[in-house]
Design a protein around this ligand. Structure first.
Ligand SMILES: C[S@@+](CC[C@H](N)C(=O)[O-])C[C@H]1O[C@@H](n2cnc3c(N)ncnc32)[C@H](O)[C@@H]1O
Length: 331
């Protein structure tokens, strides 16, 4: 149910007022209890060099050490390229197999970290997750002040924008259940990923999830790593538009930063992609029944060869594959 007096969550009106370069694509969708932080909210050395333009420190009335460090924005302004609908694959996953996190959340708060030159994907995220929880709230956080100013006309009940970085600043110490950071870390150095993950994950609610992912310009190839406060990185998901896929290893060019330089012999993710390519080739005869069946057969083949596949046929039919992180973590 929509909030009384508020625009529909899919109302994109006002986007034309948002400044900045836009790359449009109209491809249709194919579809607080207190806790002990397992990872300390400190600034790891690997991201310290990224601190930008911190506001002049003000003495807080009740200083809390863990928050005082976060008054600095952690990260760097990068290219703001985005496009409508390009994040549909990860949104479908968040609203599907990961929906339980929002359903059971005391505070159904979701952060779109690094939404880019226009907030279109944040608007879409609210729309898609409203199906899971009508009271979901999306906060778009950007490290570029101009992009925050440009997004503010789109604010409405359930959707707001603010300045910040990996430290995920939120009022009143609120903790998000989901942080979606798409095409953000890809513009950082590989050595900065672990530190960024630690800072961001430390802000999550218990049972929360960080998705750090990458996709192509129009969202046909997408991959993401799931990171939780309890277990760190837990899985890698590949999600591809099957109708335009030549070979599964095409997705290598859109691996998350933590893996994109690891598609080389001797690295587990390289072995996975080779295995998938082989299985895809062996499944060619099944292509007569459709590309979805071919993908499902290929993934089933990969699983039978010992890869820890975490999902099942209902996701495979969508062009997805999720494997345990331990099987693909860089050596
Ligand atoms: C390529 S755009 C991605 C836009 C959108 N997420 C998408 O995938 O279409 C990356 C955006 O992340 C922002 N960014 C980079 N580092 C950030 C950080 N640490 N915190 C918040 N935003 C960040 C950049 O300023 C840029 O606007």
């Amino acid at each position: 149910m929509a909030r009384p007096g508020s625009p529909r969550p899919d109302d994109l009106s006002g986007l034309d007022r948002v400044a900045g370069p836009q790359h449009y694509n109209h491809e249709t969708s194919d579809n607080h209890p207190k806790r002990r932080d397992p990872m300390p909210l400190s600034v790891p050395a690997s991201v310290k060099g990224c601190l930008v333009a911190a506001p002049t420190p003000q003495p807080a009335p009740n200083p809390r050490p863990a928050r005082s460090r976060s008054s600095a924005r952690i990260g760097t302004i990068t290219r703001g390229t985005t496009a409508p609908n390009r994040l549909r694959r990860v949104d479908r996953w968040l609203a599907g197999p990961q929906a339980f996190r929002l359903r059971r959340a005391a505070d159904p708060l979701v952060v779109d970290l690094g939404y880019g030159a226009t907030p279109v994907t944040a608007v879409e995220l609210l729309q898609r997750l409203s199906v899971v929880r009508t009271d979901v709230e999306v906060v778009g956080i950007e490290i570029d002040p101009a992009r925050v100013d440009g997004a503010r006309p789109l604010e409405r009940p359930g959707l707001s924008f603010r300045l910040g970085g990996f430290e995920v600043p939120l009022d009143g110490g609120r903790r998000p259940t989901v942080v979606r950071a798409f095409n953000v870390l890809r513009q950082y150095d590989e050595s900065e990923v672990d530190g960024a993950w630690r800072v961001t994950v430390a802000r999550l609610a218990p049972g929360g999830l960080l998705v750090d992912g990458t996709c192509d310009e129009i969202g046909r190839l997408a991959t993401w790593v799931a990171v939780t406060p309890e277990a760190g990185p837990t899985s890698l998901t590949l999600s591809v538009r099957l109708g335009s896929l030549d070979v599964p290893s095409q997705v290598a060019e859109r691996l998350p930063k933590v893996l994109i330089h690891r598609n080389v012999p001797g690295e587990p993710v390289h072995a996975l992609l080779r295995e998938l390519d082989g299985a895809w080739s062996r499944a060619a005869p099944i292509g007569a029944f459709g590309v979805r069946q071919r993908w499902a057969a290929a993934v089933s083949d990969v699983r039978s060869r010992g890869w820890p596949v975490l999902d099942g046929p209902s996701r495979w039919r969508l062009g997805e594959l999720t494997v345990a992180w331990a099987a693909v973590a860089p050596r």
